[in-house]
Structures are given as structure tokens and as C-alpha cells.
Design a protein around this ligand. Sequence first.
Ligand code: FES
Length: 502
Amino acid sequence: MFRDGARKSLWQSEVKKYEGFLARGHRYDVVIVGAGITGISTAYRLQNQGLKCVILEASNIGFGTTGGTTAHLNDFFDTTFEETINKFGLENARLLAEAGKEAMQIFTSNVMKNTIDCDFEHKDAVLFATSEEQVEELEKIFEGAQKVGYQMAYTDSIEYPMGFQKALLIPRQAQFHPLKYIKALAEAFTNAGGTIIDNCIYESHDESDQEVLIHTSQGTVRGGHAVFATHTPPGVNLLHFTTAPYRSYAIAFTLNSEDYPNTLGYDLCNPYHYYRTHIIQGKKMIIAGGEDHKTGHSEDEGACFARLENHCRNYFDINQIQYAWSSQYFEPADGLPSIGVLPSSQGRLFVATGFRGNGMTFGTLSSTILTDLILQRPNRFAKLFDPKRFKPTAGFKSFLKENATVLKDMIGDKINMERINSLLDIEPGKAKVVRYGGQAYAVYSESNGQRHVLKSTCPHAKCEVRWNNAELSWDCPCHGSRFNVNGKMLNGPSTQGLERLE
Ligand code: FES
């Protein structure tokens, strides 16, 4: 199974590429763009409510973040209950706690109902503080949880070897194999009559009172509604300015001992780290993640892996690093995801994004919210996660323009353009952006010296892409579009690749 980077995640080794059914020329009740956990969970639920659904996937299922997640399933969130109380009030924070429980219940029910073998296990989690400052933060997390009635308790011992000052035990979280899960759910979806079209790239859409037309690389698909399960939606939308793309790094390693933790672990460092254990092909491994940063804003992505590995080697007796990979997620401006009608839509287009590090939970929860909205049924979480809750102070157009200008200036200042003659200086395996005749080019030199030259301007809103030396991709620092060395689009919201010069 392929994913959106040069590195393999540990999940890819066990699940082959899913071969979907190619079906065109039909009108569907709902067209779902994107076959990660959000798209597949939503399509599965809608199809089982009697709607005729199609999933359009640009590559293969799990190509994006679902193939690169560390697959923690939590009903507490990166945005704490205390923060939610402060921003949205106590009642909404309670609702958030209930949303977590509901997501967990939906996931469990999907697994049970379809007898999905995806290494699903309930696990307790520990959240630990290693400094005075972190202890204060931990205590606030506990107080917030108390206020909303969420169960967690202080504990004197944790399984992790970090010296901690205070820790919380959070019962009944979960972990699983993300690709095994979505593959089985995709099969349940197609068994129920749903259609998946692989290698079908979204290009544009039209929305009318009656229907939506989704124009793709394989032709136009008609639907009553459409769901963009693509993180941020394609095109230019308010959501691109209220959610920011981030990269997170993960490694999987074996130990020289049998001291594998049985709980999920989270520290409160900045950036924070997260841990768990999984058995892949008979080999037990710890999966550790962290070193997050805004996409396109690291000078050296490879160094993020080195920092994560060094951090882990300080505490674990590592035998061998087996896998190292990174993936992308989106941070919302106010801490909560956007799940519902797409801003600027007439009501037939839906979106689910801004999940922070809780993509498996919110991706699952999206299935019930979107299903209810499409079927025009009430949903108690819909208002809290309404994507239209963001209100730009100026008019929408000037808001977009202002942001685009700021970003363009920012990128223009920071990027180190070089003259085209320095193109010749690019060492094998290296990349840089060079300027020639008023145009900037993204150039990558393969180890055999072959050069790939692309126009470096992101087709989405004209920011300049930057090299990601860990995943060998060109990443846009503005809204997270990513491209491989040939210019092929790996992640939206761009709907096109970078122009290639032969
Ligand atoms: Fe928006 Fe590149 S992703 S400008």
C-alpha cells in the first residue's frame, strides 16, 4: 500500500493496496472525496442508512494520514477540557467529552459488527509531567476533567522510564492497526453496495440547488451531496485560514529487554511525545511520536527524526529502529475540529478537518455527524463543530486576500532564492529552490545526478514550496499541499501538481 511520503510506516508492510471497483456514469446520493478513516467511516455509515455512495480516492485507501498515524484512539483530546471550558463554556466542554465517548462507541461497534481483525485493544493511558511547569498543566487538565465528569485519576506509578513528578491514569482508551481497520471497513462498505474508485483525482466541482458535480481525472461524478474527507477542502476556502498544517514524526523500535509498556503514554513536553506498543509481523515494537512542527517550517526534517530517536534512546534500551516516518495533521485556530457544511457551500458540500492529533477519534465521529446532517436529522454535536462558526471580521473576500498577501510576503522574505547557476552546485540527493529570470524553480538532484526541475509556486494560492528532506517532498508552508519530486500532488488542498520542466 502506498502513502504520501518516501518513508514507509510500519502499517504498510502488512496490508496490500486495496483494489476498488471502477464505476462511472451513475448519480450517487453522496460522493465522498478521500479514502482515509473519515471518508470510509462516513461512506460506510451513509451506505448502511440506505444512501448510494461512492468514494473517490486520488491514490489508494489510507494513502494520506491514516496510513501514517500512530493509531491512538482517545476520548480525551489535545484540546483539554479546561481549555474548552474557557473558550466554549462548560456545557460545550461536557458535550466534547460525550463526543469522545460516542466516537469510541462507534468504532467499537464497527469492529464488532463486521468482525474486523485490526489488533483493536482497549488500553489505559498515562499522562505524565516531568517538570514543575508541566505539573501545573497536568493539574489543570485534571480539574477540567473533573468539571465535565470525565474519569481520570492521579497515579503513583507509570510503566514508562521517564522520571515523572506527577501522572494521571486515564482508563479505557484504545489502539489498533489503522490500515487493517479501514481496509475491512472499505470491504464492508462495498459489500453493502458502495463504490470505491482508486486513482481518481478531484479537479473541481459545481454545486447547484439540485446536485453537485465532482469533476475528476476520470470524468464527472454526479451526487446529491459531497463530502470532502481530504483534511482541508480543495480550492480556496475560509478553512484554509483557520486551520494550519503540521508534520508529526514517528519511529518504531525493538528493545533489548522485554520492558515494553502496556499502556499508552503521553508526556507534556513542548513539542510533546506519545508512545505505545504494537506487534507487527510477530515483532513487538514501541511506537514513539512527536517533534511536531508547522509544515514547511523546519530547516531540516531529517533532524526531527534524529531528535526523536535521541530522546527515546535516553529512556529506552533500543535494540533497533525498524521504521521512521512522518505524517500530516491540521491544527484549528480555536482548538476544535470543523465537521459539517463547508463554508461558502449552498448546503450540499460537507467537510471534516482540524482534528489536531486526534484524527482517529474525530474521523470516526465525523461519520455520525455528517450522516445526520445529510439526512437532515438533528445531531447534538453539529453546532459545536460547525465549520461556519469562524467569523472573519472583514468581508470574506478581503479576509482571504489579506491572508494571502501576508503569507506571500512572509514566504518571499524567508525563502533563500539562489541564482540559476547555483543549480549546478546541487549535490546528489539534495534539493533547493533557485531563481532564474523572475521565476522560482524547485530542483531535486537524484543520487545518480538526474535533476527534477519544477515550478516552485504552489498552484493552490501561490505560496512557494519548501523541501522536506525526510519524505523527499516539496511541502507548501501555507496550507499544507505536498508534491513529490516529479511534481505529483501528494496532499491537497491544491488540486494540481507542480509544473514540471523537462
Ligand atoms: Fe495553499 Fe500552497 S497549499 S498556497
